[in-house]
Write a protein that binds this ligand. Structure first.
Ligand code: HEC
Length: 229
């Protein structure tokens, strides 16, 4: 074959073959499923790792913003969360209570909330509900304003405690008072509260309140992700 014969042979035989094999119906070369797979893998890996405290704050170097899409920058937010005054936690009685509270919680609360990685997954882990509650205490007074008009009977039956909570300026002490009401009766300030009544001794309520506060603070310090509201 001379040069032009080869050229014609390519146009007549090879090009149509190429068109057929690259056509849209061709199996095995469709790029869409492959791309979906790789992005699924990426999401899974990131979700799995997002709960580890040691990764918090480190994401800015290793992982690009588009890769943490959906996590909305949570680790950075967590590490820069403005912690309240922590003086309550340095009191001896608080530390004793929190220590005992941890033991009570591991017996009583683990039925629904995971604690230190152990227990049921029926409900969010205790550390996460504790962090969310600490955050909610900052806007608690507006919740009470609402309650006063939307559920006046509930408000007046708990008026003493609710007024004490409003008057308390220290956020951790405010949360301690709130927990003393909630752990006795989860619906004490909210008819929609979903946690079933827990039968606890008064001393256990005090101990658990301190432990829950400690968990919330540790959670923010370690860059855990709080629950969405
Ligand atoms: C029978 C299951 C169950 C048990 C046992 C249980 N909880 Fe809960 N808890 C719930 C449910 C349901 C919620 C509501 C979850 C939500 O709001 O996302 C909740 C929420 C909470 C919250 C967040 C409340 C808020 O409004 O901020 C705290 C704090 C809490 N539980 C503490 C405890 C403690 C301490 C114990 C152990 C004495 C305990 N729970 C035992 C079911 C349980």
């Amino acid at each position: 074959m001379n040069g032009s014969a080869i050229y014609i042979w390519i146009i007549i035989v090879v090009m149509p073959l190429g068109l057929i094999s690259c056509g849209p119906t061709s199996p095995g070369s469709d790029p869409v499923p492959a791309r979906q797979n790789s992005s699924n893998e990426k999401t899974t890996t990131l979700e799995g790792g997002s709960g580890k405290p040691e990764e918090a704050g480190g994401n800015s170097q290793g992982i690009q913003p588009e890769e943490i899409e959906g996590l909305s920058g949570a680790p950075e937010e967590a590490s820069s969360y403005p912690l309240p005054d922590l003086s309550l936690m340095s009191e001896d009685s608080f530390q004793r209570n929190a220590k005992m509270g941890r033991l009570v919680a591991r017996q009583r609360c683990i039925l629904c909330h995971k604690i230190e990685g152990r227990g049921a997954i029926l409900q969010p882990p205790l550390i996460q509900v504790s962090m969310r509650r600490l955050d909610r205490m900052k806007t608690y007074d507006s919740h009470l304003d609402q309650l006063r008009t939307s559920d006046p009977d509930r408000y007046s039956s708990k008026r003493d405690l609710l007024e004490k909570i409003t008057a308390e300026a220290d956020v951790l002490r405010k949360m301690q008072l709130w927990l003393s009401g909630y752990l006795r009766r989860p619906t004490f300030d909210n008819s929609q509260a979903k946690m079933p009544l827990q039968v606890l001794k008064p001393v256990e309520v005090d101990q658990l309140a301190c432990y829950v506060i400690q968990l919330a603070i540790e959670g923010y310090q370690q860059g855990e992700t709080p629950l969405e509201d």
